[in-house]
Design a protein around this ligand. Structure first.
Ligand code: GDP
Ligand code: IMO
Ligand code: MG
Length: 431
């Protein structure tokens, strides 16, 4: 049976949630493998909007198993609130439909505080523009071997020892930033209070995933963020703190890389970015404003205005390689309706030299100017199109040109936020 990894191929917000929801009909298990509630995945089903941050997007379909893997960092208080919100929208969430890996690190209140204090103290050039949700500091604690993990909630003595170890590190840090010391006993109490509510979902996810795989169940791995925010391959240091690319799907749940049969890259028909950092095709003009307005480009998690720009084929070609993308899902094509001409970046000019990829060094990135190819737009509406036949000739040409430039075929097309406004070209789950 085919198992599919969905990854963002730009700077996030490509429409992963919609596509994961659409594909989850064909899957048995939907697993998050990195990131945390910095993600904001929007699903629109018959006009009803669901906004998911920590929960996998497959949760809204009944009869599926949703999994939060060890590669995720989990804010337990946020999760419990999100479960309540989604339940209030009529979705059933039980320990039978949701599992959390026992080895998942927990985001503590001091992680969010540290994240925000650092951002406030940062000057222009060092500010990342994080979501302020404590993602980076929690991953730091994981790698620093002082994280509090889901399994630690089960034993009060272990939990207290873990809290003490974490505070040994965090209190001096906070002092340096002028933040008050952590109320140790208060935190232990808070953790003991939520422990049973979280532990009811805790499971040895690595074991369950491998058993499901053996039983021939179909697994859909749901990536968060996008490859250009990857800690290794993104526009460092303006990135998130996890590996985002497809290889992480295996380590993020405890399954062998051979389990992955298809990698679906989610690609917006133009480019957006939230937060600081380089963005070669960014538009600071009426076209950029138009993309933002037509695309409703405001962050799902922070409400921040997203920066907008032309499609960057050089960057997507690069991310398709680092994730081993089999096919892409091109989203938000409808947002481009009505542009007389469209520009596509095919590479960069660096000091007179043509590059077909974005170099790693920050000073070189800053000197790269995009090389554009201009293509005709279309005046007809593509909104809600459900077949190729519904698309104007120039829209098809635009899609075909993107395929050529990124050297990767289009497997799916999305033409509105609604679940059913989707064109399937190749089924990623086909054996
Ligand atoms: P994600 O983080 O990748 O899941 O993406 P977000 O949910 O943060 O942002 C994508 C936004 O675009 C959401 O508001 C979606 O409802 C919306 N969206 C998804 N696909 C399409 C599409 O094909 N056309 C339009 N107009 N909107 C879309
Ligand atoms: P989804 O899954 C877009 C960005 C933040 C910031 C940087 C680091 O909805 O695509 P962090 O809080 O992770 O330390 O912030 O990463 N970022 C996202 N941008 N979509 C996301 O998720 C993002 N998650 C983090 O804006 O620039
Ligand atoms: Mg998003």
């Amino acid at each position: 049976m085919a198992n599919v990894v969905v990854v963002g191929a730009q700077w996030g917000d490509e429409g992963k949630g919609k596509i994961v929801d659409w594909l989850s009909e064909r899957a048995d298990v939907i697993a998050r493998f990195q990131g945390g509630h910095n993600a904001g995945h929007t699903l629109v089903i018959d006009g009803k909007v669901y906004k998911l941050h920590a929960l996998p997007s497959g949760v809204v379909r009944g009869g599926k198993l949703s999994v939060i893997g060890n590669g995720v960092v989990l804010d337990p208080w946020h999760l419990l609130k999100e479960i309540e919100t989604i339940r209030a929208q009529g979705v059933e969430i039980t320990p039978e439909t949701l599992m959390i890996a026992e080895n998942t690190p927990l985001i503590m209140p001091y992680h969010g505080e540290l994240d925000r204090a650092r951002e406030e103290a940062a000057s222009k050039g060092t500010k990342i523009g994080t979501t302020g949700r404590g993602i980076g500091p929690c991953y730091e604690d994981k790698v620093g071997r002082r994280a509090i993990r889901v399994a630690d909630l089960a034993d009060p003595a272990t939990l207290e020892a873990r809290v003490d170890r974490a505070l040994q590190h965090h209190d001096p840090l906070r002092k340096g930033l002028g933040v008050e010391a952590i109320d140790r006993d208060g935190l232990v109490e808070l953790l003991k209070e939520i422990a049973p509510k979280i532990l009811e979902y805790a499971a040895p996810v690595w074991k369950v995933m491998n058993e499901k795989r053996k039983a021939g169940k179909r697994i859909l791995f749901e990536g968060a963020q996008g490859a250009l925010l990857d800690i290794d391959f993104g526009t460092y240091p303006f990135v998130t703190s996890s590996n985002v690319i497809a290889g992480q799907a295996a380590t993020g749940v405890g399954i062998g890389p051979g389990a992955i049969n298809y990698v679906l890259g989610i690609v917006k028909a133009y480019t957006t970015r939230v937060g600081e950092g380089p963005f070669p095709t960014e538009l600071d003009d009426a076209d950029g404003q138009r993309l933002g307005e037509r695309g409703h480009e405001f962050g799902t998690t922070t409400g921040r205005k997203r920066r907008c720009g032309w499609f960057d084929a050089a960057l997507v070609r690069q991310t398709c390689v680092t994730s081993g993308v089999t096919g892409i899902s091109l989203t938000k094509l409808d947002v481009l309706d009505g542009f007389e001409t469209l520009k596509i970046c095919t590479g960069y000019d660096l000091d007179g030299q043509v590059l077909d990829y974005l170099p790693t060094a920050a000073d070189q990135q800053a000197r790269c100017t995009p090389i554009y190819e201009e293509v005709p737009g279309w005046s007809e509406s593509t909104e809600g199109a459900r077949s190729w036949a519904d698309l104007p000739a120039n829209a098809i040409k635009y899609v075909r040109r993107i395929e050529e430039l990124i050297q990767c075929p289009v497997a799916m097309l999305s033409t509105s936020p609604e679940r059913e406004d989707t064109i399937l070209v190749t089924d990623p789950f086909a054996d």
